[in-house]
Write a protein that binds this ligand. Structure first.
Ligand SMILES: Cc1cc2nc3c(=O)[nH]c(=O)nc-3n(C[C@H](O)[C@H](O)[C@H](O)COP(=O)(O)O)c2cc1C
Length: 148
């Protein structure tokens, strides 16, 4: 199965997590890692499933490189009932109510458009883990069988 791994990041933590996931994939899955920069809703026409890996900036906002794609989900809104996705959300619980808000924004908007999230959100809390890559890989190994 093909997985398109969409990465939203400010300082690169989400990219490191995404690269670790890509390295951890077995032979039955191919993963294309795509920084979100400049993407629009047509990326969801790609065959296969999607894995969104995004951090949060500002006060619960999506990273700058994810703004175009996030806003395209409004500006180019269309039914995404064919889309299945997983979500890895980086954040820091010290931000209180805006904790992993960037990931939650994508999750809410994609579900508004009919997309189906597979599995629970993988929340990587900078205040809680020193090993986000390892945590993400452990989540990913549990997530893959849910795609069958
Ligand atoms: C300026 C700034 C604002 C942030 N705002 C939030 C926030 O509102 N909610 C949250 O959960 N994390 C917030 N964070 C924490 C980041 O999401 C977290 O450090 C993450 O690991 C950064 O990943 P990145 O390097 O891929 O952007 C913020 C970090 C910075 C530097």
């Amino acid at each position: 199965m093909h997985i398109t791994l969409l990465v939203g990041t400010v300082h690169g933590n989400a990219t490191l997590v995404a690269q670790a996931i890509q390295m951890a994939a077995d032979d039955t899955h191919t993963i294309t890692l795509l920084p979100m920069d400049g993407l629009d809703i047509t990326v969801f026409d790609t065959p296969g499933v999607f894995l969104i890996c995004t951090s949060t900036t500002g006060v619960g906002d999506v990273p700058d490189n994810a703004q175009a794609l996030y806003h395209a989900l409004d500006a180019q809104a269309k039914y995404l009932g064919h889309v299945r996705y997983g979500l890895i959300a980086l954040g820091d619980s010290s931000y209180g109510d805006s904790f992993y808000g960037g990931g939650r924004r994508f999750d809410e908007r994609l579900q508004d458009l009919g997309a189906k999230r597979i599995g629970d959100i993988c929340v990587l809390d900078a205040s809680d883990t020193m090993q986000p890559e390892e945590d993400a890989i452990a989540w990913f190994q549990q997530w893959l069988p849910l795609l069958a």
